[in-house]
Design a protein around this ligand. Structure first.
Ligand code: ADP
Length: 584
């Protein structure tokens, strides 16, 4: 219902969008206002020039060359002043734009970071990239664009009244022409608005596709699927560009009609002017002045429709940005208010049922507990729901059914920091950022010392490798840690987790990409941590979990058995099968 209402985009909505956007560009407002003052001067200069030109022509026809030169010099001064004003206007605008765009983009990025993980799962990355990249810029530009158009319109209204003084007939004529042009422009703008909205939806899909193409380029090459992928890309791009073409074509058609009508009326204006001069209802100088200002008057309503057009385009952009910021369409993570500086590390899942798509449950009434400083493992077939359990512990998804307790407190009552500062997850495919190794580590501890950095890297068996690199810890590792091997990425992620120094550490197949030797070393490091930290492990290789205080066997979203390794070998056929398979 709310969306329907938005689709009409009333002036009330536009006004509210402007108000909200104004509060988003806080730091640039001063520059923007000064920019507006310069625009006012520029506009005044441009209004004076035609009047002076008309006067110059009159002096020429009267043979008053000295006066003509005087006016010419004045025009020269006005033109120079316009250029100076324009310089300051453009410089200030560039300054306002630069800072405001970064400001609003950062705000939006911070809101995207707060989105529920399920929102990120369900939407293509293009949805967020386009909003970050383009829509934010449209919002920042709107104030100067609207300001310029309004100032120009104001000046044009002044000119229209000047014509009223010159000749009420011409005034009436211009008024009728302008209203007609305005009606036609309004039809064009409304049509364009709906086409534009559709086009942008397709564009964001394209951005997602292009970003996947770039990120997946290695796999595309290895699969030798380049031709097929290009075919898909071309079809999708064509679809979006087709929408763009339709929009522009419609636009050009309306513009053609409007311009032709304007030309006809200009011709009629000359006929009317000549007629009025012939019956002495208009002086030659009056006709000349009206002629000099004809374009300004004509553009009065074209400007007005341009204003409507700008505001409609802005409405689309603003609506798309606010959807993310205001938690209306894209849901945000909501946390409780209970702080927990240092968790003991007790966990409990009480009858938790969870599904990603509200249809098929992935977890079905899961209950288990973990005491502080225990090492507990989860084993089971792939797809049985083990990683999902970890995602829920870190509150990456909401728990609709059942409860999760950390130190006896319901997870829904805990603050974001209480959860995320107390838990580290090391996943199967950790994301390593396109920064130096040092900066990747610094992400989790800004004031990390070199000693700490080296210590955690030694713990994660990464230090020797880093020292073998020409730039050591300052080596930049490429997007997603492209220049590192799978094992090195995992070791860097493990070092990051050690540095975070949380009481609770979750290892999700975290050692799967490591060679046997490194894996043994890291397992030793883990063993050293046992008893001091609460450690939860998901492992394919059962040999890595034999030492656990307790092992939970997960099957089809349920915990079907629990116990120590020896007990499970006797009591749980699934565990026994998994173990035997591994031995073979
Ligand atoms: P495991 O860790 O035991 O291999 P997961 O917890 O990763 O299993 O996955 C359990 C099920 O949930 C699988 O069927 C998987 O396809 C599905 N699943 C995992 N992540 C998502 C997601 N983000 N969106 C939708 N389904 C998912």
């Amino acid at each position: 219902m709310a969306r329907r209402k938005n689709q009409k985009l009333s002036w009330r909505v536009t006004f509210s969008h402007l108000k909200k956007s104004w509060s988003l560009v806080k730091s640039g407002r001063k520059n923007l206002i000064i920019c507006g003052v310069f625009s006012l001067f520029i506009c005044l200069c441009s209004v004076i020039t035609p009047l002076l030109s008309a006067q110059m022509l009159l002096f020429l026809t009267d043979g008053l060359l000295e006066q003509l030169l005087g006016v010419a010099f004045f025009i020269f001064i006005v033109e120079v002043a316009t250029n100076v004003f324009l310089y300051f206007n453009q410089t200030l605008f560039a300054k306002y734009w630069t800072y405001s765009v970064s400001e609003i983009q950062t705000q939006l990025a911070s809101e995207i970071l707060k989105l529920e993980t399920s929102e990120l799962d369900h939407h293509s990355s293009g949805v967020f990239i386009d909003r970050l990249n383009q829509d934010t810029k449209d919002i920042v530009s709107i104030f100067t664009q609207v300001g310029d158009v309004l100032i120009e319109m104001l000046a044009n209204i002044g000119v229209l009244f000047a014509i009223l003084v010159v000749s009420p007939y011409l005034f009436l004529f211009f008024l009728i022409v302008s209203i007609l042009v305005f009606i036609l422009e309004k039809i064009r703008v409304t049509k364009r608005f709906f086409l534009d909205r559709k086009r942008r939806k397709l564009y964001e899909k394209n951005t997602g596709l292009i970003s996947e193409l770039v990120r997946g380029i290695r796999d595309i090459k290895v699969l030798n699927a380049g031709d097929h992928f290009l075919e898909i890309t071309r079809n999708r791009l064509e679809e979006a560009n087709q929408e763009n073409y339709i929009m522009e074509r419609t636009n050009f058609r309306y513009t053609l009609v409007i311009n032709t009508i304007k030309d006809i009326f200009m011709f009629l204006f000359i006929l009317l002017g000549c007629f009025l001069v012939s019956i002495e209802k208009l002086t030659i100088s009056g006709f000349l002045i009206a002629y000099m200002y004809r374009n300004r008057i004509q553009s009065l309503f074209t400007r007005f429709s341009r204003l409507v057009e700008l505001l409609k385009e802005f409405d689309v952009s603003c609506e798309r940005v606010l959807e993310v910021i205001e938690d209306e369409r894209y849901q945000k993570e909501h946390f409780g208010k209970t702080a927990l500086k240092k968790a003991n590390g007790d966990f409990e899942f009480r009858n938790v049922t969870f599904s990603y798509n509200e249809k098929l449950p992935v977890l079905k009434g899961v209950s288990f507990y973990v005491h502080a400083n225990e090492t507990v493992s989860f084993v089971g077939k792939s797809g049985s729901g083990k990683s999902t359990i970890f995602s829920l512990i870190d509150r990456l998804y909401r728990v609709p059914d059942g409860s999760i307790f950390i130190d006896g407190i319901d997870i829904n009552q805990l603050t974001r920091n209480a959860i995320r500062n107390n838990i580290s997850i090391i996943t199967q495919n950790p994301y390593i950022f396109n920064m130096s190794i040092r900066d990747n580590l610094r992400l989790v501890k800004e004031n990390m010392t070199d000693q700490e950095m080296i210590y955690v890297c030694q713990m994660a068996c990464l230090h020797d490798f880093v020292m073998s690199l020409p730039n050591g810890y300052d080596t930049v590792v490429g997007e997603g840690g492209l220049t590192l091997s799978g094992g090195q990425r995992q070791r860097l992620a493990i070092a990051r987790a050690f540095l975070k120094k949380t009481e609770i550490i979750l290892f999700d197949e975290a050692t799967s990409a490591l060679d046997n030797e490194t894996q043994l070393e890291i397992q030793q490091a883990l063993r050293n941590m046992q008893g001091e930290y609460t450690i939860l492990i998901i492992a394919h290789r059962l040999s890595t979990v034999i030492d656990s205080d307790r092992i939970y066997v997960v099957d089809d979203g349920k915990i079907i058995a629990q116990g120590k390794h020896e007990e499970l070998l006797k009591e749980c056929s699934l565990y026994r099968n998994l173990y035997e398979k591994e031995l073979k």
